[in-house]
Design a protein around this ligand. Structure first.
Ligand code: KMH
Ligand code: ZN
Length: 311
């Protein structure tokens, strides 16, 4: 008798804002391009779409709900995918501003960054010269001096403001200490099981992307949360697909998308988000798992449902 195959949830982080300057023409930043690439990514097998917005004139990361409004309903009408709105926004914005889009649209899911860190990508400033927007060079170069602020107070305020919306959080944990922060918050009643943890690996300022570290993150999460959590991995840059492959074999879910890596293979730019989704889908299925549908993802993560959002 055939054994039951594991269901793997694919999240696609469609557009870059915090740490992904427009270094590839494939990276969508206009309303139309975000909608089109999000829909294609869902058709390719992503059951969750993690979305940021940009100001269409300046290209700058935006947390203005008016910059989400043009694409959210289009994506909802064309797909059944779960829409997950970023609360990361940009390194320089307050948590109150950053949670506004998720609250305004009462999203099914949103990100929740689980600690403060020097989230840095300043080395890119030396390696790249052909910036699409004026602000990008300084934003990138100055990231070595920026704190991505997510204090316990910020996390509590965000969780309490968003609580009436029954939003499931994608808890972005960039290092082992962030798992302990999350455990503290759970013990104080801020989040309810099953929580969904995104192990974020390979961001300068956080834990490196390698298998020993993944095992350590997973064992620590097992110890802290037992059966009360589901997990996924996001590895930045060239580590994206290799680490997602490993995680899927460990029973984890995976996140791909141009927000986290502009590449489809070492040194080769991806043509679209859907290309990355299709690649990880192929790998996951060939290695013996099934890709979760949006409905299955909703059941696994205990989500409120796509009909309970405000867009
Ligand atoms: N791209 C990730 C490393 C957020 O949107 O809240 C960071 C991120 C944060 O996704
Ligand atoms: Zn994001």
């Amino acid at each position: 008798m055939a054994g039951k195959r594991n269901k793997t949830i694919i999240t696609c982080a469609v557009t870059g804002a915090i740490h992904t300057p427009t270094m590839s023409d494939a990276l969508p930043y206009t309303y139309d391009a975000i909608a089109e690439q999000a829909i294609e990514a869902a058709e390719a097998g992503a059951s969750i779409l993690h979305l940021h917005a940009r100001n269409n004139e300046t290209g700058a990361p935006s947390v203005d709900p008016a910059d989400f409004a043009p694409f959210l309903p289009r994506i909802k009408q064309a797909t059944d995918a779960v829409i997950n709105i970023s609360t990361g926004g940009s390194l320089t914005l307050s948590i109150q501003d950053r949670i506004r889009p998720a609250a305004t649209f009462s999203a099914e899911m949103c990100s929740m960054n689980m600690g403060s860190m020097n989230f840095s990508f300043h080395p890119l400033a030396k390696r790249y010269d052909n910036w699409k927007f004026d602000w990008e060079r300084d934003y990138v170069a100055n990231s070595d001096g920026n704190i991505f602020r997510n204090t316990f107070k910020d996390i509590r305020e965000a969780a309490e403001t968003l609580a009436p919306h029954n939003i499931k959080f994608e808890h972005e944990c960039y290092d082992v200490g962030h798992l302990y922060n999350l455990k503290f918050c759970m013990d104080t009643g801020l989040f309810k099981a099953p929580i969904f943890i995104q192990f974020v690996m390979g961001i300068l300022g956080g834990i490196g992307a390698d298998i020993d570290n993944l095992v350590f993150m997973k064992k620590t999460a097992d110890k802290l949360f037992g059966d009360d959590y589901r997990w996924s991995i996001l590895a930045a840059g060239n580590a994206q697909i290799p680490m997602a492959t490993t995680a899927s074999q460990m029973g984890g879910n995976v996140r791909v998308g141009l927000e986290d890596s502009l590449f489809i293979a070492r040194g080769e730019l991806a043509r679209s988000n859907a290309e990355q989704v299709a690649k990880i889908r192929r790998i996951v299925e060939e290695l013996g798992c099934d890709v979760a549908t949006p409905e299955e993802a909703r059941e696994i993560l205990d989500l409120k449902g796509g009909d309970r959002v405000a867009f």
